[in-house]
Design a protein around this ligand. Sequence first.
Ligand SMILES: C[S@@+](CC[C@H](N)C(=O)[O-])C[C@H]1O[C@@H](n2cnc3c(N)ncnc32)[C@H](O)[C@@H]1O
Length: 243
Amino acid sequence: MISTVAGSSVGRATSVTLSQIAPDYHSGGILVSMGVTSLYEKYHASRQDERLGLFESVCAEFAINRGLYPGCFVHVTPSFVIPEMYYVDADGNANKFFADGVARELVERNRVYDDSPFLQFHFQDYQRPIPIDDGHVGLLISQYAGFVSENCKRYLSQGGYLIANNSHGDAGLASCDPEFRLVAVVNRRGERWSLGTGNLSDYFIPKSRTVPQEPSDLADHIRDLGKGIAYTRTASDYVFEKV
Ligand SMILES: C[S@@+](CC[C@H](N)C(=O)[O-])C[C@H]1O[C@@H](n2cnc3c(N)ncnc32)[C@H](O)[C@@H]1O
């Protein structure tokens, strides 16, 4: 089933079909339309910040068919390579972007797989229960949207993967969580993304000697700070396995 679902936090959901896509949205080329359509262009394409290589490199290394992206805003790039994606955001413009069918049209034009894409959007706070079964997804995505890992790990299958950056401290928080094990790092150089699995013990060593040493205390410290701390060696993104 192909559907874009825009539901409120009380559970209302709307299915949107291709015929409902905004009439000013013309096909061919990359985004050139008005209104919410331009949000992807504005925030991702025009800034060379689609991060497609991140998702390509992780999917090439690990078998992933189904993912969840809390705090996605309009960043639907994961759906270009992952056939079944669930998105969550509390922002009204994100809701409109998905409800208007813009997101699915964009994915239809850029997907690299044969299957019809499945996208589902939940318009809500990701800290509240998301109507997805526990353990349903094989990938959880955390990008510049707070502490996604601890709030949403219940939806990730055992053996599933978390992609997190450390902008808001979420990768650091995951590194303190006994349910997560670092299995790869991903680095960006221009438009090239490279995944590495060597020397992983070099990461998440705090630069400061005054931060708490115990993982649970360090996690509290990061939560209190609400952002990442400095480490001796860093990567653009980190991949953790849920153990
Ligand atoms: C800085 S934007 C990042 C968007 C996207 N992840 C990216 O990397 O381009 C942060 C987004 O997270 C959303 N967000 C933050 N906390 C949230 C929460 N608790 N529930 C739902 N959405 C949240 C905001 O609404 C916003 O759209």
